[in-house]
Design a protein around this ligand. Structure first.
Ligand SMILES: [Fe+2]
Length: 257
C-alpha cells in the first residue's frame, strides 16, 4: 500500500530522446459505454501506442466498473466484475512486463468492492501485474537521465474525487492537491473523465517560480447513454494526456494520446 514517502523512479532515455509518460484510467471495463467497438478500439490503440513507443504509464484507477446490487449502473454492465478484472490484467500485462507501468491507484469504483466486502480488488490486480499499488495517491519523482544530463520532475498523482460539473470546478478540485504536495510540478487526477491541461505559476522547493501543470486524465468511455449524459454533464472526448519530460532542459510538454 502507499505512504507519504516519495518514490524515485529513474528513466534512462536513449540518445537525445525525451521521456514519454501517460496516465491511463477511468476505463470502466464491463460498462456498456466501454464495451463497445469505438471505446475498446481506442483503448487498444492507446495501449499499443504505449507499448510500441516505450511510454511510461501511471494507472489512474476506475479500471473496472464494479457494479454492485447497491450501486448506480449495475444493470448497464455487460460483464461481471471477475471478467472485468481479467480483461484489465490482460490489457496491462504487456506494459507491466516491460517495467514501464510505474504503479496503479485505486478508483472509487474499485473502492465499492473494498467498502462492501473488505476485498481490495486493485491490490490484487497490482499483485497479478507485479507493480506497486498507490491506492489513494502517491508522490513520485521521475528522474530523466541521458549521459550527464539529468532532470527531476516531482509528480503528485491521485484518482481524486469531485462532483464538479464545470471546468472551473474541476480545476479547483485538482488545484486542492497542491495543499497535499506543495512542491510537486505535475499534478494528475482521474475521476472527472475530462481531458484538461491547466498551467499556473508556483514555487518549487528551491524557491524558483515555475509553471505547474495540472492534468485531468480523461477516460475510455463513450458518452451516449452514459451516466454523464443522464446527469446532463458535457460530453468528453476519450483519451489520456501525453506528457513529454525533456532531458536536455527542464521542460514539460503536454499533448494528447
Ligand atoms: Fe471513473
Amino acid at each position: 500500500m502507499s505512504n507519504g514517502k516519495v518514490l524515485e523512479y529513474t528513466i534512462e532515455t536513449e540518445s537525445k530522446k525525451d521521456a514519454l509518460l501517460t496516465c491511463i484510467g477511468d476505463i470502466h471495463a464491463g460498462h456498456e459505454c466501454h464495451e463497445n467497438k469505438e471505446a475498446k478500439d481506442f483503448f487498444d490503440y492507446v495501449m499499443n501506442w504505449c507499448y510500441d513507443n516505450k511510454v511510461y504509464v501511471f494507472g489512474m484507477g476506475d479500471f473496472i466498473e464494479a457494479g454492485t446490487k447497491e450501486s448506480w449502473g449495475t444493470f448497464t454492465q455487460k460483464k461481471f466484475a471477475s471478467e472485468q478484472v481479467k480483461d484489465m490484467i490482460k490489457a496491462f500485462k504487456p506494459i507491466a512486463k516491460t517495467g514501464r507501468l510505474i504503479g496503479i491507484l485505486e478508483g472509487n469504483h474499485e473502492r465499492r468492492i473494498r467498502n462492501l466486502t473488505g476485498f481490495d480488488v486493485m491490490d490484487t490486480i497490482c499483485s497479478m501485474l507485479d507493480v506497486p499499488y498507490f491506492r489513494a495517491g502517491k508522490l513520485v519523482t521521475i528522474i530523466v537521465k541521458n549521459g550527464k544530463k539529468k532532470q527531476e520532475y516531482p509528480f503528485y498523482i491521485s484518482h481524486g474525487g469531485t462532483s464538479a460539473i464545470t471546468q472551473a470546478g474541476k480545476i479547483n478540485a485538482i488545484k486542492r492537491m497542491s495543499g497535499i504536495a506543495p512542491f510537486a510540478e505535475i499534478y494528475c487526477m482521474g475521476h472527472t473523465h475530462t481531458l484538461l491541461h491547466h498551467v499556473e505559476d508556483g514555487y518549487n522547493n528551491m524557491g524558483i517560480l515555475i509553471p505547474k501543470h495540472y492534468l485531468l486524465t480523461g477516460s475510455f468511455m463513450t458518452y451516449w447513454e452514459s451516466y454523464a449524459q443522464e446527469k446532463g454533464y458535457s460530453p468528453n472526448r476519450m483519451g489520456s494526456p501525453k506528457i513529454k519530460l525533456h532531458v536536455n532542459e527542464h521542460r514539460v510538454s503536454v499533448s494528447e494520446a
